[in-house]
Structure formats: C-alpha cells, structure tokens
Design a protein around this ligand. Sequence first.
Ligand code: PLP
Length: 448
Amino acid sequence: MKYDRCMEIVERDAKVYSDFARIPYYPLAIKRGRGAIIEDMDGNKFIDMLSSASSLNTGHSHPRITKAITDQLEDFISYTAAYTYSEPLISLGEKLCRITPGDFEKRVVYGLSGSDANDGMIKMVRAYTGRTKIISFVGSYHGSTLGSLSLSAISLNMRRKIGPLLPDISHIKYPDCYRCSYSKESDSCSLECLRDFKEALKTYMPPEEIAAVVMEPIAGDAGLIVPPGKYVNELYRICRENGILFVSEEVQQGFGRTGKWFCIEHFNVVPDIIVMGKSMASGVPLSAIVARKEITDSLGPPAHLFTMSGNALSCAASVETINIIEEEGLLERSRELGDYAKARFNEMKKKYELIGDVRGKGLSIGVDLVKDRITKEGNKEAAAKICYRCWEKGVIVIFLASGVLRIQPPLVISKEELDRALDIIEESIQEFINNEIPDSVLDVAVGW
Ligand SMILES: Cc1ncc(COP(=O)(O)O)c(C=O)c1O
C-alpha cells in the first residue's frame, strides 16, 4: 500500500491542529466510507472494526441516513430549539421514550456530545436529590468537558493543570472479574469488590448525601470490562435503598452496540436516567439524556440548553437511525455476529498465550493481550504492534487500557468482511509472536 497523500495530510495537520486532541495509532486520513469499509486519501481500503469509536453503528454513509439528512437540509438545518419547536425533535423524543427501558413518564434533553450530556445529567441528579455527591468508576471515560471529566478517571494528562474539577465526585473500582483484586471467581464470589463501597457508606460517606451512581454497563475505554450481573443488581439495590439515582451511561454501549438498545437491559435494571450520544445520529453530532419526568422537572428553564441542541438535522438523522436499527434487525445482528466473533477470538485464545481474556456483549468485544497468563499484566506493546500491522493489512482496530483490542465494527458489517478482518487480526497476532513487527511502530502507535 502507498500512503503518500495520507502522509501529506498528517504533515499539514501537525501545523494547524493541537496534538493534545488526539490519541495516535497510525496515519489514516479518510476520504470516504460506505458500510463497514473506509477508503483513505491514497485509495487504500480498510475494514472498519472501530466504527469511529462506536459512533457509526449503522455504518458509514448508510443511504437512508444520507437521504434523511439531505431531505432535512432542503427544509431547514437548524433553528434553535431554545426558542422554537420542530417536528424532528419531537419524533425523536417519542422514539427515545419508547426504546429506553422503564414504564414511567420520561422527558428528553438534547445536546451535541456525550460529554455535554453527562454535564446535564450531573445538574439534574444534584437538583432532583438536593444532594451533591456522585459516584463513578476508576478507569472510566465520560467526556472532556469539566463536568464529564470530573466523572472520568482514565488519564492524568486529561486532569493535569486544569483544576479544580467538580467537587464531591468519588471513584470506586469497576468490578473486573478477569483481574479480580480479591482473586475470586465471579460465579462463586461474594461481591468482595463492593465491600469498600458498602464500608464507605457506613463510615465516611453518608448515603443520604449521594445524588447518583453513574455506571457504564460495560466499562468501554477502561478496557471493555463486563461487570457481573449480580454486581449491577446489588449496586442498584443499594441505590434504591438509599434514594440514590442510578444512571446508565450508554454513550458508547447504547444504540444496539451490545445487541440490545441499551446495554443496561442485559442486567434487568431500569435506570432512572440514561445518557446517550455517539451512534444515535449515525455520525451527526447529537446526544441525549432520557430521565424520569420528575427528575427533569427539578430544574427550571433555562437550566440546560445549547443553541444547536435538538437541531433538525441531527434529529432527522437520529430518527432514521432508529428506523434502520429496527427494520434491518441490527440488534439481533449485533448479537449473532458478536457471538461469532467472540467464538473466533476464543479459538485464537486456545492457540496464543498472548490472549488472556475475550469478553463483551454483542459487537462490543475486548480482546485482552497479556505478557503472561499468570500475572495478567497487560501487553501494550503487543497491542500497539498488532493494531499497526492490522492497519498495514487493511483493518482498522485500536487498543485501550493496557493492551485491550477494541472490537466494535459497524453493526451492518457483512459476515465476509468480519471474517476477513478476523483473519487479518489473527495473522497480525502471529506476526507479532514471530517478532516480525519492528519496534519503530511504537513511536507511531502510541494509543491512550
Ligand atoms: C462512555 C463514554 N461517555 C462519554 C464519552 C464522551 O462522548 P463525546 O466524545 O461525544 O463527548 C465517550 C467518548 O468516548 C464515552 O466512551
């Protein structure tokens, strides 16, 4: 493959764009995308196993999305919803209330990014409960605004030099059965991982001061960690017992990614609030908070709005996104292809000691690469080299945490494309094991 035009773009980019807004993996400059295929500026084609960070569940430029957007463009693009009313905004709200769990009256608030939706959620939970403390998780990423970043605990560089962040946010450990801090097995443990939190509620963190627990039902950027169901259920019970709101943060896992509309549905928990974004408008900026009506009622106008929030273009794209997911059976597709991909990775795990764990739901899969299976120390070098080699061979995949391959292709990916991508990932694993990927790759594929 030749990358001359891509490299030109990368060089020009370095002269204008702040590097602090990037997490580098390889010099991919995109020209166009269709379905699960991306073409770069040099005409090279790639199978997309990343979906623009899980923000293109319906794939690249789905013809129905393109049509919905162009139809809306011809009427009007945006007229601020702060002062006016529009049909796309309402249609979308009606659909969101229908597809989110919970048989109670709900209200929707829109934004433009997962980050701002988390900020809006923080305002709501504090206003509704009259409490200030919020619990989130170590390793989580909830966004880059000051509020959502205060919830996050993933990177020191994200927090350095900018404080103080929001007060009264505490981070507890995410339940990680693969690297259980208590060396227990999930089917026989007594949820030792919840003990510290329970102890905190008895000794130094008055539960009546806690407004909400904010949990991703799969910890995405922390390494696609799937919590045990009994943990989520027990945490939810504690919330209910103490009047603490339970927020399901679905920016990455929502909209069919895990084979259900929202990942929390896998756990039979009905959250008080769902925060969503990314894939909801198939790549057009949009986020939403869907909450019990009494929670949104606790804020008075104009507590949370942006000029462009709920704009007609984004809402029209989102309405069609929901139609596509329903009419093309993408929830089932995510489950079927996800099970298939997991089975193939589990086959690879039998062959390669490098793979310590394969986990996920639907097409949201983490392949945890380790230095050895006893210490389970993450193998970031392997992950970086394998991702880079995959790019050279025509597959887009990145790594998270200390060496977890992030497998989140568009839900419209064909079985053949998926198979081809999995073949290339396996070849790249073999080439890493054979020492065929040079160290120089590590200067480029830096990752998180
Ligand atoms: C779970 C989660 N929440 C929030 C965000 C932030 O969303 P955005 O980048 O749209 O602000 C992300 C982005 O990666 C995310 O994965």
